[in-house]
Design a protein around this ligand. Structure first.
Ligand code: TRP
Length: 442
């Protein structure tokens, strides 16, 4: 077998994993999910899931990938075989499902970068901004066009083997995005009337918690950390044995969560200050942010910069969603990288078209009371990813525990004091808790 491409440094890997985790999940999905699920209590549940199950499953994926040195299916087979490779297969399928709607929202981001400079968004009137989003989302040519553009950008990066190029670019751009999000959060929390939004976000009211809230928080934890489909298995398979896995998992998790919390502070106070509806759903970030920009000097410039950087953050995530699929098609189906990328990409693009239309021309079609886009997201985030997470945890906890602990310690290079707790979580806590939440959510 050809020598696998490897990350040259630990920093390279941290950046790739963080680039995967930080994306639309933090800035688009987290604020609107928090808004729909009652605020503070959702935030608390989310953080609890991230620090217990999320962190453990991330380390489990790292250990499987680095020990297996293959795509998700191949790594399970290399470590154990039997029926386990099917768990990797589920992840490959999840990759198609997730990227289909992710690319649609990535397209919205591209569109908003352009609209920032055309003046289409220069207003802080909820009605005007709501209508601007509504008009955009209702135009099939626009939404499908930008979905196509986002998909093509993703595929060019993955097929051209310029992945490391974009990761190097992201190394400069992501700190700038972080800075912008902080600036915007400061602007948002100092708006007149922001206090209600801050309280909504930071004061948990557990009397409003239902199983739906718990289920939503769990799905968001998996989605935001890029867990449950083999993204982190695949990235860790490009890793050599020197890297300290638990430390890296902790850093990526903290970075991702920090981004989400600050994004919440950027959106939710503004939602209340301007009198938007916190439960507005997937349009929330796109309706709210222009109002914040309208309150800033050089708002159009900030807006352009923000949506452009967000599109780039979304691209590094999109790359990580399709990479396990492509890696599988190359390793196991012997396709060339080019054929694998464009073939899978074409299928994913087509799967995304119904989501692209679902808030406009097809808004009357609902699945279980949700728009198509929300339903596809739910299928991925609340069924496929948690199921994948259960299998990954069980695999590490029961099937390859000794090997996984050795891997987590890098063969003794990096002693891991919490190894027993980690295995305990993988054996019992994660599978039982996730299964419990999933069953209650159905
Ligand atoms: N975590 C990314 C975000 O928050 C999305 C993402 C990338 C993802 N890779 C994934 C989600 C794998 C689930 C599984 O935007």
């Amino acid at each position: 077998m050809a020598q696998r491409d490897h990350f040259a440094t630990r920093l390279g890997f941290v950046l790739a994993a963080a680039g995967s985790a930080v994306g639309l999940g933090n800035i688009w999905k987290f604020p609107f999910m928090t808004g729909q699920n009652g605020g503070g209590a959702f935030l608390v549940l989310y953080i609890v899931f991230v620090l217990t199950i999320g962190l453990s499953v991330m380390l489990a994926e790292f250990a499987i990938g680095r020990a297996g040195q293959r795509n998700p299916v191949g790594s399970f087979r290399a470590l154990k075989g039997g029926a386990w490779p099917a768990a990797g297969g589920l992840g490959v399928i999840a990759g198609f499902v997730i990227l289909s709607f992710y690319s649609v929202v990535g397209g919205w981001t591209l569109a908003y970068a352009i609209k920032s400079v055309t003046g289409a968004l220069a207003s802080n009137d909820p009605k005007v901004l709501g209508a601007a989003f509504g008009t955009f989302i209702a135009d099939p040519l626009d939404v499908i066009g930008f979905h196509t553009a986002f998909m093509v950008l993703t595929l060019v990066i993955v097929a051209g083997g310029v992945r490391h190029g974009i990761e190097r670019a992201a190394r400069i751009l992501m700190p700038i995005l972080a800075l912008l999000v902080i600036v915007l959060a400061v602007r948002a929390v100092t708006l007149d009337g922001a206090a209600k939004g801050i309280a909504f976000f930071l004061t948990p009211d557990f009397s409003k918690v239902t199983w739906n809230t718990v289920n939503a928080a769990l799905g968001q934890a998996f989605f935001s950390l890029s867990l449950g489909m083999g993204t982190m298995i695949t990235y860790a398979s490009y890793l050599n044995r020197q890297v300290n896995l638990p430390k890296t998992a902790a850093q990526v998790t903290l970075l991702d969560t920090g981004f989400a919390v600050i994004a919440g502070l950027m959106i939710l106070p503004a939602v209340f200050a301007f009198g938007f509806d916190p439960a507005a759903g997937p349009g929330l970030t796109f309706i709210t942010l222009p109002a914040v920009f309208a309150q800033m000097p050089a708002g159009a410039l900030f807006s352009f910069l923000f949506f452009t950087l967000l599109a780039i953050a979304a691209l590094t995530s999109a790359v990580s969603i399709i990479e396990p699929v492509v890696s599988y098609l190359i390793d196991e189906r012997k396709l060339s990288r080019r054929t694998a990328t464009w073939g899978a990409g074409a299928v994913i693009w087509a799967l995304g078209v119904p989501s692209a239309l679902s808030l406009g021309p097809w808004k009357d079609i609902t699945v279980g009371g949700k728009s198509i886009l929300d339903a596809v997201d739910y299928l991925a985030s609340n069924i496929m990813l948690p199921l994948g997470g259960i299998l990954i945890a069980l695999f590490v906890g029961w099937s390859v525990a000794a090997r996984a602990v050795d891997e987590a310690q890098s063969g003794g290079n990096h002693p891991f004091a919490l190894a027993r707790a980690w295995i305990f979580i993988c054996r019992f806590v994660a599978p039982v808790a996730v299964a419990w939440v999933m069953i209650q959510g159905l």
